[in-house]
Design a protein around this ligand. Structure first.
Ligand code: ADP
Ligand code: MG
Length: 390
C-alpha cells in the first residue's frame, strides 16, 4: 500500500488576516468565539490524514463542517493558511504556477454537485475540454472523449447539449469530463447530492463499477452516512473544521468516537455494512474426522450444544453431526463420516449480513464461514444476525 495524498496539520481560515487568528486557534478558541471576536471563519483546523493509492476515501460531515474547504485545498482552489499537502511525496502547497497548472491538468480531476457543465458545448465538447486546454489533437481528444463517455454509460449522447439531459446524465458527463484527463486522483464534492434517490443509487453503483476497473484514488465528499459507508474504503468524519474520526465503516459503526458521530451513524442500515466476519465467532467445539464418534459426543456434551461441525486434517469443512445421530451411530457401529449432514449453509467472510438474514432465520444449524479453499473460519449464530438488526 502506498500513500498518495498526505495531509499534515492543514488549517484554513477565511477572512482579512487569517494568520493573525492562528494563535487563537492553537490556544483552543472555538470556531464560534473566533468568528464573534475577529470576524474570521475557521474552515479547517489542524487536519491530518493520508489517502492510499487506489483508495476511496470519504469525507463526511454536516453542512458547514469544512468538507468543501478541504476538497478545494487538495487542488489549491483554496490556499491553506498553514500545513502541508503531499501528493506523491511533493508538497503541492509550495508549487509554482507551472507546477500547479500541470498538477491540475494531469493529476487531479474534480466533480462538483452542480455539474458545472458548459451549456453552449455538446456533451462530447464538455468532455473534450480538458484535453483541448492541454493541446491534445482534435482526433485524439475525440477518441478519448468517446471512450470515456462509453465508460460512464453515455454512448449515443455525444452530440446532445447538457439541457437535453437528466440530472443523472449530466453528472455522468461531469464524471466523464474529470476522467477524460486520466487523472490519478478524483475529487468528488457531493456529486450525487442533488439527484433523486433512485438515480443516486444508480450513480453510486456505477461509481463502484468504474472504480473497480480504473482504480483511481478518490476523495469523495458527502453528508449522507449511508452513501459514505457504501462507497468509502475509509471514512473521515468532520465537524467544525476538525476530523473527529477516521476509520473503515465497520469501525465507525461499532465504535463511534463521540456523540456527534453516534448520532450520524444511528440512521445507518447496519445490515448493509456489517459483514459475516464482523459477527462470526470461533466455535466452542470443533471435531476432526479422525477424532471419531465418542470425541464428538463429548465435545457436544461439554459445550451443551446439539450439533457440531466436522473438519478434515487441513481444517476443511466436511459437514456437521447432531448429538442424536452420533449417539445412535455408536450403538449401530457406524462411523463419523457416515452420519455427516451436508445440508447446512456456508458463507464467505465478506458477505453482508443483509444477505444472511433470510438464511439465518430459517435454518436450524449455525452458518459456517469458510474461505475460498473451504477452510473453516467460524460460525454465525442466528442470534448474532438478529442482534445486528437492532
Ligand atoms: N470563501 C469563503 N469565505 C468565507 N467563509 C467560507 C468560505 N468558504 C467556506 N467558508 C466557511 O467555512 C466553513 C466550512 O464551509 P464548507 O467547507 O463549505 O463546508 P461544507 O462543504 O462541509 O458544507 C463554513 O463555516 C463556511 O461558511
Ligand atoms: Mg460543501
Amino acid at each position: 500500500m502506498t500513500v498518495k495524498i498526505q495531509v499534515e496539520n492543514l488549517t484554513k481560515i477565511f477572512g482579512r488576516n487569517p494568520k493573525t487568528v492562528l494563535t487563537r486557534l492553537k490556544n483552543g478558541d472555538s470556531k464560534d468565539a473566533i468568528f464573534k471576536e475577529t470576524g474570521h471563519t475557521v474552515g479547517l483546523n489542524n487536519v491530518s490524514f493520508e489517502v492510499n493509492t487506489g483508495e476511496t476515501f470519504v469525507i463526511m460531515g454536516l453542512s458547514g463542517s469544512g468538507k468543501s474547504t478541504l476538497a478545494r485545498c487538495l487542488n489549491l482552489l483554496n490556499t491553506p493558511t498553514e500545513g502541508k499537502i503531499h501528493v506523491d511525496g511533493s508538497n503541492i502547497v509550495e508549487y509554482n504556477k507551472n507546477e500547479l497548472r500541470e498538477f491540475r491538468q494531469k493529476k487531479v480531476g474534480m466533480v462538483f454537485q452542480h455539474f458545472g457543465l458548459f451549456t453552449h458545448r455538446t456533451v462530447i465538447g464538455n468532455v473534450e475540454y480538458g484535453l483541448e486546454v492541454r493541446g491534445v489533437s482534435t482526433q485524439e481528444r475525440s477518441e478519448i472523449a468517446k471512450k470515456t463517455l462509453d465508460t460512464v454509460g453515455l454512448e449515443g449522447w455525444e452530440y446532445r447539449y447538457p439541457r437535453e439531459l437528466s440530472g443523472g446524465m449530466r453528472q455522468r458527463v461531469g464524471l466523464a469530463r474529470a476522467l477524460a484527463n486520466d487523472p490519478d486522483i478524483l475529487l468528488m464534492d457531493e456529486p450525487f447530492s442533488a439527484l433523486d434517490p433512485l438515480i443516486r443509487r444508480d450513480m453510486q453503483l456505477e461509481l463502484l463499477d468504474i472504480q473497480a476497473k480504473l482504480k483511481k484514488t478518490i476523495v469523495f465528499i458527502t453528508h449522507d452516512v449511508n452513501e459514505a459507508f457504501k462507497l468509502g474504503d475509509r471514512v473521515a468524519v468532520m465537524k467544525d473544521g476538525v476530523i473527529e474520526q477516521i476509520g473503515v465503516p465497520e469501525e465507525i459503526l461499532a465504535q463511534p468516537a463521540n456523540d456527534y458521530i453516534a448520532d450520524f451513524v444511528q440512521d445507518v442500515d447496519k445490515t448493509k455494512i456489517l459483514q459475516a466476519k464482523n459477527i462470526m465467532v470461533k466455535p466452542n467445539a470443533l471435531v476432526s474426522l479422525k477424532d471419531g464418534l465418542k470425541v464428538a459426543v463429548k465435545e457436544m456434551q461439554t459445550n451443551g450444544i446439539s450439533s457440531v461441525f466436522v473438519v478434515d486434517s487441513e481444517r476443511k469443512l466436511q459437514g456437521l453431526v447432531t448429538i442424536d445421530d452420533t449417539i445412535a451411530a455408536i450403538k449401530e457401529g457406524k462411523t463419523l463420516k457416515e452420519i455427516l449432514i451436508k445440508e447446512y449453509e456456508t458463507t464467505s467472510a465478506g458477505t453482508c449480513i443483509q444477505e444472511l438474514i433470510p438464511i439465518a432465520t430459517y435454518k436450524k444449524y449455525p452458518i459456517a464461514v469458510v474461505d475460498e479453499e473451504n477452510k473453516f473460519m467460524g460460525i454465525i449464530m442466528r442470534v448474532s444476525v438478529l442482534a445486528a438488526l437492532i
